[in-house]
Design a protein around this ligand. Structure first.
Ligand SMILES: *[C@@H]1O[C@H](CO)[C@@H](O)[C@H](O)[C@H]1NC(C)=O
Ligand SMILES: *[C@@H]1O[C@H](CO)[C@@H](O)[C@H](O)[C@H]1NC(C)=O
Ligand SMILES: *[C@@H]1O[C@H](CO)[C@@H](O)[C@H](O)[C@H]1NC(C)=O
Ligand SMILES: *[C@@H]1O[C@H](CO)[C@@H](O)[C@H](O)[C@H]1NC(C)=O
Length: 420
């Protein structure tokens, strides 16, 4: 099996080597019918990789739960209408938080759990699930920022997806999912996809001397295919034009000197050592020479609430919403050409939880509320559309990183962010 996968990577990697007559997946697919031989094999190899990635990347419109009206809204090319000269920091970019959790239902957890060390508690699946729609369906629905959390699989050989101690798929590797994104970009050349990569505390450990997850990650991010599809620009985002058809890396990991150091990989480096836990508003400098910073809201667990109100879902939602609104107001305010923050990147996480509460305030309760008796105004998603975004119409918002992005089904959160 491993040998076969390696062969598959060699075949696809070989097709994408610069100078080879077949320089892209589209060309490979286009000639597959009349060129026989290696191009057909390349196409078959891609199909195999996409099948392997489907538990995380998705396949068609894949949703854990019933479909909603977003199924019929195609936003696969919303960037097409935006001028090439637009700085990427000026765009409103909908994103998903813990994007790989969309199929992590209780049934999935039960099916995978036997692989996880029993010493590592794995809580009910609802504690971990933050989405219901696959990455592919989210791409087609307009999502352009994906929060991906990686770690070794339990054998310590492959890089796969986790949310805390919960393994999300036994099959889909980070490498396979990257190919899914490249193949999608090949079909949607106007679009830019930001991939945030962060090491997860999986609870799986290996003896001293074992490779680090980052060594596999750096390899995956420097293959011939990666060099073609990842924007090779360091420490700034630049304009939309040159980034079309590309992935931009949002590196929430460090690349030690032994792996080539921070200059080895393109994109923005946001070191986990400088990223504060549960921060309401903080700035991380990603380009000291040009003084460019990311201005981030990541208050995922509202905790500075008055005694007596802790555990009240509606109070937690209101506290999160206030922190989200504050960062969006900053993004909206810093827009003038002469403003130092014009090139700053604003990133606002609208996702939150208080799973430790009894009863737990799950990610789904924060995003969507818990019924009109408990949360009469709804969760963060409804309140954003109804109360916050109308005040910011036409303004720069930056990146919004959302849980359950296509819900509630009677509203269009992504359309509202995009100003549609
Ligand atoms: C969801 O996960 C389960 C368990 O791994 C798997 O059998 C199923 O095929 C997955 N669903 C999709 C749509 O990938
Ligand atoms: C750097 O940018 C920050 C805003 O992100 C600003 O407050 C600061 O004054 C700038 N520093 C210099 C030296 O321009
Ligand atoms: C939760 O807080 C809201 C707003 O302060 C209040 O109206 C409601 O009664 C509280 N609910 C409970 C169960 O305490
Ligand atoms: C959410 O609603 C359920 C069912 O009504 C209730 O049992 C639970 O206590 C509520 N949880 C929170 C955090 O409000």
């Amino acid at each position: 099996m491993a040998a076969f996968l390696w062969l598959v990577y060699l075949v696809v990697g070989g097709l994408l080597l610069p100078g080879h007559s077949l320089s892209s997946l589209a060309e490979a697919a286009a000639v597959a019918n009349n060129d026989g031989g290696s191009s057909q094999l390349g196409n078959f190899a891609l199909q195999k990789i996409l099948a392997d990635s489907s538990e995380v990347f998705g396949d068609g419109y894949t949703r854990s739960g019933s479909s909603n009206k977003m199924k019929n809204i195609n936003r696969a090319e919303w960037m097409k209408r935006i001028p090439d000269s637009t700085p990427l920091t000026q765009l409103n970019i909908p994103g998903t938080h813990d994007s790989a959790t969309w199929n992590f239902t209780q049934a999935t957890s039960d099916a995978i759990l036997h692989n996880t060390d029993p010493a590592n508690d794995v809580y009910p699946a609802a504690v971990y699930q933050c989405q219901r729609v696959s990455i592919l369906a989210a791409l087609n629905g307009g999502i352009r920022f994906f929060d991906l959390r990686y770690g070794f699989d339990p054998t310590g050989v492959r890089l796969v997806f986790w949310h805390a101690h919960a393994l999300l798929s036994e099959l889909a590797t980070v490498q396979d999912v990257l190919f899914g994104v490249y193949a999608w970009l090949e079909e949607h050349k106007s679009e830019v996809v930001i991939l945030s990569l962060k090491a997860e505390e999986t609870g799986v450990t290996f003896p001293p001397g074992h490779a680090t997850p980052e060594s596999l990650l750096v390899t995956s991010l420097t293959t011939p295919a990666a060099r073609q599809y990842i924007l090779q620009r360091h420490d700034s985002l630049g304009q939309l034009g040159p980034a079309r058809g590309k992935v931009i890396l949002f590196r929430r990991f460090d690349t030690p000197t032994s792996l080539g150091g921070e200059s080895k990989l393109p994109g923005l480096h946001l070191s986990p050592s400088t990223w504060p836990d549960n921060g309401k508003a903080f700035s991380l400098l990603y380009n000291p020479a040009k003084n460019l910073s990311a201005h981030i809201e990541d208050y995922y667990e509202p905790n500075d609430l008055p005694e007596g109100q802790k555990g009240n879902a509606s109070v937690h939602i209101a506290a999160k919403l206030a922190s989200v609104e504050a960062n969006l107001q900053l993004a909206a305010a810093n827009r003038n050409d002469d403003d130092v923050d014009r090139d700053g990147l604003f990133v606002t996480f609208t996702s939150a939880e208080h799973n430790a509460n009894v009863p737990p305030i799950l990610p789904v309760i924060m995003a969507l509320g818990n019924g009109t008796d408990v949360t009469p105004l709804g969760g963060v998603n409804r309140r954003l559309v109804k109360e916050v975004l109308p005040k910011l119409q036409g303004k720069r918002l930056g990146v919004l990183v959302i849980d359950f992005w296509d819900e509630p089904a009677d509203l269009d959160l992504v359309g509202t962010i995009l100003g549609l």
